[in-house]
Design a protein around this ligand. Structure first.
Ligand code: 13P
Ligand code: SF4
Length: 314
């Protein structure tokens, strides 16, 4: 058996499901039972009847799955896969911010630790943040964290003035506006699709702003709506998010040209944490059932409420 067959056989034997984020390596996306954005991964975890969930993503995604499925075994092939955005807000700092604003409600991005979620009123992802904030009482002041770019985008779209935590994702912070403008000049008909974790200097040039799932859906829909067969061949999209998404975009629309925006200085636009999961550590983790994600019971009890609230409001 090759490694892919071995992993699939282990999944059958153990009634395990492999879930992967769109930023994972192509071979991990291809072997997964389910590939999605952070909202879809949480929704899928909440409804799976598998005994084991193997989360090919970063740590907060596995933690969210564990909080939603306390009776299931949740494994993460690369337990050291953190997230610079989640790390930008410690629970003790959020507690102090909250204490200084006792009349505010707390809205936290899903890219946070379980301990931060436990201090939160409602969790959001990039898929539903706008929709959920619009549903919150207009007269209620809000503390939003940790992603300042997503928070700023929601403030601009809703006219609200949420107080923003000064956090961000190091991958989305480093896209180059200069390179984006050059690509736009080179491909004047290309639509720019951007993730709301990008800086405003990037978002201001975007035709579409959305989660990884929303960007993928937009690309698929616009290609399907091209009137003549063959017309999609010339279609191009400029993509401002982690470049792992290009794998699924290219699979869904093989004739289309997807162009990733480079990082400043021509650097890399990959998330090193997302790339830590490999076929090898996936097989090891599933075989030995190690790297199990454990969330403290008290923390999980408080963290599940804002996650469930999010799922209800999505
Ligand atoms: P999505 O909500 O699009 O999955 O993005 C979350 C993210 O930043 C993953 O790194
Ligand atoms: Fe975190 Fe950014 Fe990596 Fe997403 S791309 S997991 S937000 S560091």
């Amino acid at each position: 058996m090759n490694i892919v067959e071995e992993i699939r056989a282990l999944c059958r034997e153990k009634n395990a499901i492999i879930m992967a984020h769109y930023y994972q390596r192509p071979e991990i996306q291809d072997i997964a039972d389910f590939v999605g954005d952070s909202l879809a991964l949480a929704q899928q975890a909440a409804k799976t009847d598998a005994d084991i969930i193997v989360m090919c993503g970063v740590h907060f995604m596995a933690e969210t799955a564990k909080i939603l499925c306390p009776d299931k075994k949740v494994l993460i092939p690369a337990p050291e896969a953190g997230c610079s955005l989640a790390d930008s807000c410690k629970a003790t700092d959020l507690a102090a911010w909250k204490a200084a604003h006792p009349d505010h409600m707390v809205v936290s991005y899903v890219n946070t630790s379980a301990a931060v979620k436990a201090l939160t009123d409602v969790v959001v992802t990039s898929s539903n943040a706008l929709k959920i904030v619009k549903q919150l009482p207009e007269d209620k002041p809000i503390l939003f964290g940790p992603d300042q770019n997503l928070g700023g985008y929601i403030n601009r779209m809703t006219g609200r003035q949420m107080d923003l935590w000064n956090g961000g994702c190091h991958v989305h912070a480093r896209f180059s506006e200069e390179a984006l403008l050059q690509l736009k000049a080179q491909y004047p008909n290309a639509k720019v699709l951007a993730h709301p974790e990008c800086k405003q200097s990037i978002l201001q040039h975007a035709d579409v702003i959305g989660s990884t799932q929303a960007l993928l859906d937009y690309a698929k829909k616009s290609v399907q709506s091209l009137p003549l067969q063959g017309e999609s061949e010339g279609a191009s999209f400029i993509i401002a998010t982690e470049s792992g998404i290009l794998h699924e975009m290219q699979k869904a629309c093989p004739e289309v040209h997807f162009i990733p925006v480079p990082a400043e200085g021509g650097g890399c636009n990959e998330c090193e944490y997302m790339r830590m999961c490999t076929l090898q550590n996936l097989r090891e983790c599933l075989f030995h059932e190690n790297n199990e994600v454990i969330v403290d019971e008290d923390v999980a009890r408080d963290a599940i409420r804002p996650i469930q609230r999010m799922l209800e409001m999505s």
